[in-house]
Write a new protein. Sequence first.
Length: 342
Amino acid sequence: MSSVIWYMYEFARKSWAEKFAGAKSEYEIMEKPDRFRDFPEVFKEYCIGCGACTAACPAPGAIRLIRDEDTADHDGLTYPEISIGACIRCGFCAEVCPTDPKTLTCGENHLIREEFTILPVDKMYVIDDYLCIRCKKCMKSCQVDAIIEEDNKITVDQGKCISCGDCTDACPVKGALKVVHISNIDEQKEIIRLIVDTLEKTIENRQDEIKKLPHDKTFKMEYPLAPLKEKALAIINKEDMVQDLMEKMTDRLKMRILTWDKDKCTNCRLCVDECPSGAITYKKEDGVKRDPDKCLRCSTCYQTCPFGVAGYYVAKFRIDTNVNKEDVILITLKPSQLPVVE
């Protein structure tokens, strides 16, 4: 009974009544520190639609890109939309946002160095200085100023690059701006081996025709792309990556082809001692033989043989469409410029 009377006494005190009447809400009492991470605020007029925020977000369904309806005067804006129910206020979206001013803000960002603010991507863009003509069209097309010029070289700042691909569309030189896929490395190597082995075997199957090629002529043939691409997709089920990898491979690939005409061989054995890999051997009952699996295609035998047993060619490749509108790999072989003794 005494405790009840004491509570009634406390409630009746003037100081308590004044505090009760002037009470403030939780939001008025609490002062948020600058480092507080609130729900992201979106400034849609700054958005370039790169999707960096959606790629960085670790919370499923917390952020997505939407687009306003087009009007007669303006195209609809593309910008991120935040789901408050799913957002965990980590602030990754604001950290990786490349626009300046930022499209997304959620309080003062943590003091993270730019090189440690990593956008999860599976490819990176690099510039081949050998092919680059310094036209700077890639620099002008980059929306986030990730392409810079240093010491008369055009380079990509990987800390700023958002992998949008605008630079490759603007570059007038095929292969000067390359896309390097940084995922599925072992699978990419397997596809490269598949392409090289398939093309080499295809050429070797036509050796009888190639050996008859005059030194001033070019041998051309086609290989259908579809079956090779189907095998590659069984290794990596990503069509864009496979297509890009096959195009880069065929654009840059040069293959040394060695033919062997045993009918011209006199068993002089000059090539046997000169071969650095032991691919050419001699047995009395078999004569001189070449093992293609051991051969380095170094052309030593081609330059050593006085009878023209070895033929040496350089093959180049390119993906194109033939007259039947089928995707094919165009194969072009040219004889070596070194003289051959007939």
